[in-house]
Design a protein around this ligand. Structure first.
Ligand code: CUA
Length: 329
């Protein structure tokens, strides 16, 4: 059995290469993640080289000619390879790691023109963009970043400890009650990657994910301009019925849709929910079917989330609600 387990590991290892690069520290698209990736490969290569050296020495000690075996057993070799070598190598790696990851440097670069407040909530992310000109735009479950510009993330929590981890962008940082933890991140190339809560925070912890959308600065500005506008009005009769139903059913008690009477603060802001890359904190795709599904089955999809399941709507009403929400782009 003890032989089979590592063997099985080796068999399955190639399968891991099929893992998506969407949420991977091996495909860095941010400054910090690039440094972490370099450190990982330096450590892995160094560890592999030392492992091979140890195997070779062990093979010589067991099978080698007497002359070599006697040298291996000598005290000087033990002093050099057993004490001197580890001290030098580990000290060098430690210093290298400190320098590479800029240990001791302020985590917050200070006056970045864009600050994004991210609040972890069971089990989603409240995301508020604060620009240098005083704009404040609330959204959810998606972090948009202008490529090449340092952005300060202000990490807080509304309830328990969460941990913000976008592995393609940077390392993880906990969100701790009563504290604001800051980190400055810089996206280095455009694209959509995925992040995940990295601290167990209750039953639906695994369903607390998000997307990072890194955009060219002009595209980011255009997106933020659009995001700061009120919701687009219904475009057809179905969406209009959906809006009326949304407002009449009390959805606005928890959700905000700017430009309508819905101004609840408990759940995610839905003003532009139809334009996001996922629903329910990267748990569902963004589609009319997923909206309808979540309204009815949300306690099955994300158990114990704060939204009650709404089984009261007819098929037609659900279609109208879904059409309305999907149209909020
Ligand atoms: Cu939030 Cu785990």
């Amino acid at each position: 059995m003890s032989v089979r387990i590592p063997f099985a590991g080796l068999v399955f290892l190639p399968l891991l290469t099929g893992c998506s690069s969407q949420q991977s520290a091996f495909h860095p698209t941010g400054h910090d993640a690039e440094r972490i990736n370099i450190l990982f490969w330096v450590m892995t290569a160094g560890g592999a080289a030392i492992f091979v050296l140890v195997l070779v020495l062990a093979a010589i000690a067991i099978f080698g000619p007497d002359r070599l075996r006697q040298r291996l057993a000598g005290e000087s070799l033990i002093n050099w390879l057993g004490i001197g070598f580890p001290v030098v190598v580990l000290t060098a790696l430690l210093v290298y790691g400190f320098v590479l990851l800029q240990a001791g440097a302020p985590v917050n670069a200070g006056n970045t023109s864009l600050r994004i407040a991210v609040s972890g909530e069971q089990w989603w992310w409240r995301v508020t963009y604060r620009t240098a000109d005083g704009r404040e735009v609330e959204a959810a479950n998606e972090i948009h970043l202008p490529v090449g510009q340092p952005v300060t993330l202000e990490l807080t929590t509304a309830d328990v400890i969460h941990s913000f981890w976008a592995p393609s962008i940077a390392g993880k940082l906990d969100m701790i009650p009563g504290r604001t933890n800051q980190m400055t991140v810089t996206a280095t190339s455009p694209g959509i990657t995925r992040g995940q809560c990295a601290e167990y925070c209750g039953g639906a912890h695994a369903f607390m994910a998000f997307h990072v959308v890194a955009q060219a600065p002009e595209a980011f500005e255009a997106w933020l301009d659009r995001e700061s506008t009120a919701a687009s009005p219904p475009q057809n009769a179905s969406q209009e019925r959906g809006e009326n139903l949304f407002l009449a059913s009390g959805c606005g008690g928890c959700h905000t849709v700017r430009g309508t009477g819905a101004d609840g603060k408990i759940g995610p802001d839905l003003t532009h929910v139809g334009g996001r890359h996922s629903l329910a904190a990267a748990t569902l795709p963004n589609s009319a079917e997923a909206f309808a599904d979540f309204i009815v089955n949300n306690q099955h999809i994300k158990p114990e989330n704060r939204m009650p399941p709404y089984g009261v709507f007819s098929e037609e009403q659900l279609d109208d609600l879904a059409a309305y929400l999907e149209g909020l782009r």
